[in-house]
Ligand binder design. Structure first.
Ligand SMILES: *Cc1c(COP(=O)(O)O)cnc(C)c1O
Length: 377
């Protein structure tokens, strides 16, 4: 059997262990320390922003804290992009709030501004203004974020931006993760850079970051004894894990280039294949890190389905996956409101994510090329 080719696997840069050794040498084996501070500074600099970055245990924790800081409590409604990973929506339930799902548009596959505004108007007409909006930049593709921000401002609703997949992506030159009142980054094992597991929250200012870190470290009041007047969480990033992050930041730009090369690789493979469309930026305002390269297959034109192709790849031990299954179709979320038509359902039914790692070897890429060529022939 051929070795497995993964959709997206960790790709170390080389200096990660150096930072981990530093942590051991100085006994900073704790959920704070020089690597945590250094990683936060690296991220802030990379995002080219006045905002502040707080390293956390996961991207999910960042979304959860963003919701809390936006004032979301039990009984509130929160609008969330339906086509996404469940971690965008789960924290809404942690707060006892109600998710309201919104369809995607076809250009970026992210939250449709028209359906967003329809949803807001309808929820207000029903007697409740949504407390927050969670747009996502799926697969690294920036959402129509200026339109979404304009709508959010018009109705004075906070944006919690899910930038878990889009570190290094920009819209009109501005980095994803800097548009919302709060934003979540993720360094899970499959993301464009990884700390094995981890995340970060991007906040408007130092005060907001202080609040986030306060909640993330068990909400300890300022007292010599253990004193608490808020519910706290244990959401801080470890100084060991942050050492991996510092090493990864040194190769982030290179990884973005390699991921973008993978998208070009698939554009070339499918350039003459009718019915197959490789996902790409709608115009020059959008710059995607192409975390994952994706295609959609129009079965009527192509003569095969996305599932046919997925199984052919799997037969050669090559991993590919359908696009995210929309949240409003998930057993856990199907009882909640949904605004849209069937754009994200169609994408789920016809779309496929292909191996996109920055560490794929020439031989592995040749194998992918050959298996697809054999399948098409
Ligand atoms: C990975 C991911 C998350 C969650 O990040 P974790 O660090 O794994 O908690 C949230 N949203 C999206 C869209 C993701 O892809």
């Amino acid at each position: 059997m051929n070795s497995r080719i993964w959709l997206s696997s960790p790709h170390m840069g080389g200096n990660e262990l150096k930072y981990i050794h530093e942590a051991f040498d100085t006994n900073w084996i704790a959920p704070l320390g020089p690597n945590v501070t250094g990683f936060e500074n690296d991220l802030k600099q990379f995002l080219n922003t006045q905002k502040e970055v707080g390293a956390l245990a996961s991207g999910t924790a960042a979304i959860h804290l963003g919701l809390i800081l936006a004032g979301v409590t039990a009984g509130d409604e929160v609008i969330c992009q339906s086509m996404t990973f469940s971690a965008s929506a789960n924290p809404i339930l942690y707060q006892g709030a109600t998710p309201v799902f919104v369809d995607s548009e076809l250009e970026t596959w992210n939250m449709c501004p028209n359906h967003l505004e329809t949803a807001i108007k309808d929820r207000i007409a029903n007697g409740k203004k949504p407390k927050a909006i969670i747009p996502v930049h799926l697969y690294g593709m920036p959402a129509k974020i200026d339109e979404i921000v304009a709508i959010a401002n018009k109705y004075e609703i906070a944006i919690i931006e899910d930038a878990a997949e889009s570190l290094g992506s920009t819209y009109k030159g501005q980095n994803c993760g800097t548009f919302g009142a709060y934003a979540a980054l993720s360094f899970n094992g499959n993301k464009i850079i990884t700390t094995s597991g981890g995340g970060a929250i991007v906040c408007n200012d130092e005060e907001a970051k202080k609040q986030a870190i306060f909640l993330a470290t068990q909400a300890r009041d300022d007292a010599p004894h253990y004193q608490h007047s808020h519910v706290g969480y244990n959401y801080r990033m470890s100084n060991i894990v942050a050492g991996i992050g510092r090493g990864q930041m040194e190769v982030l730009d290179k990884h973005i280039g390699l991921r973008r090369d993978m998208q070009k690789f698939y554009k070339n493979i499918f350039k003459d294949v009718a019915g197959v469309t490789v996902f790409e930026e709608p115009n020059e305002d959008y710059f995607s890190n192409h975390w994952l390269s994706c295609i959609t297959v129009d079965e009527k034109i192509a003569g095969f389905s996305r599932e046919d192709l997925r199984l052919a790849l799997w037969e050669d031990n090559i991993e590919s996956r359908p696009l995210w299954k929309p949240m409003h179709l998930q057993p856990i979320f199907e009882k909640y409101p949904y605004y849209g038509t069937n754009i994200c359902e169609n994408l789920f039914n016809t779309g496929l994510c292909l191996p996109s790692g920055s560490n794929l070897t020439t031989q592995e890429k040749e194998r992918i090329t050959q298996v697809i060529a054999a399948f098409l022939a």
